[in-house]
Design a protein around this ligand. Structure first.
Ligand SMILES: Cc1cc2nc3c(=O)[nH]c(=O)nc-3n(C[C@H](O)[C@H](O)[C@H](O)COP(=O)(O)O)c2cc1C
Length: 158
């Protein structure tokens, strides 16, 4: 069974709601899911999961410092996260407020770790985005991300 970590920072609850939906999708795909705020994740815990999905509010078009702190702490495991499957999602206040660049900032850090990230040809190509709290469209994207990441991790880590 794939072990999936869904972690997030959320100042006012929007990204947390997205994380809950991503976790639902990952559970539906059969993963053992751990859902928790990024402040409660020690960098070494990342080693325990085949799939790691991270959400951040859009802060100046980038991940929040709380999420960056987890990545900075993970530098001592450089090379050991290679081959894990990653995914990212973000909530912003404005439709063009930098939500996709925020998703990309998280995926970029994952790629530097040698993690595997899969885009999608339909919907939110890089990862789910919501304007404020997730609406039905964004909720669907979040569930799909959770399922997609777990399905790929299953193929790679069976
Ligand atoms: C420090 C800070 C920077 C922000 N920067 C942006 C931004 O660049 N673009 C944007 O659309 N919204 C920005 N926002 C708004 C948040 O991304 C938005 O309110 C989001 O839904 C918050 O998610 P949360 O409820 O998970 O904290 C910013 C908010 C804060 C507090």
């Amino acid at each position: 069974m794939v072990k999936a970590l869904v972690t997030y920072y959320s100042g006012s609850g929007n990204t947390r709601r997205m994380a809950e939906l991503v976790a639902e999708g990952a559970e539906d795909a059969g993963a053992h899911v751990v859902l928790k705020p990024v402040g409660d994740v020690a960098a070494e815990e990342l080693l325990d999961f085949e799939a790691v999905i991270i959400g951040s509010p859009t802060y100046y078009g980038l991940m929040s410092y709380e999420v960056k702190k987890l990545f900075d702490g993970s530098v001592k495991f450089q090379g050991r996260l290679k081959g894990k499957v990653g995914g990212a999602f973000s909530s912003s206040a404005n439709p063009g407020g930098g939500n996709e660049t925020t998703v990309m900032s998280i995926l970029q850090a994952m790629l530097i770790h040698g993690m595997i990230v899969q885009g999608t040809p339909m919907g939110d190509h890089y990862g789910p985005i919501a304007v404020n709290e997730p609406d039905e469209r964004a909720a669907d994207q979040c569930r799909q991300l959770g399922s997609r990441v777990v399905e790929l991790a299953e193929k790679l880590h069976d």
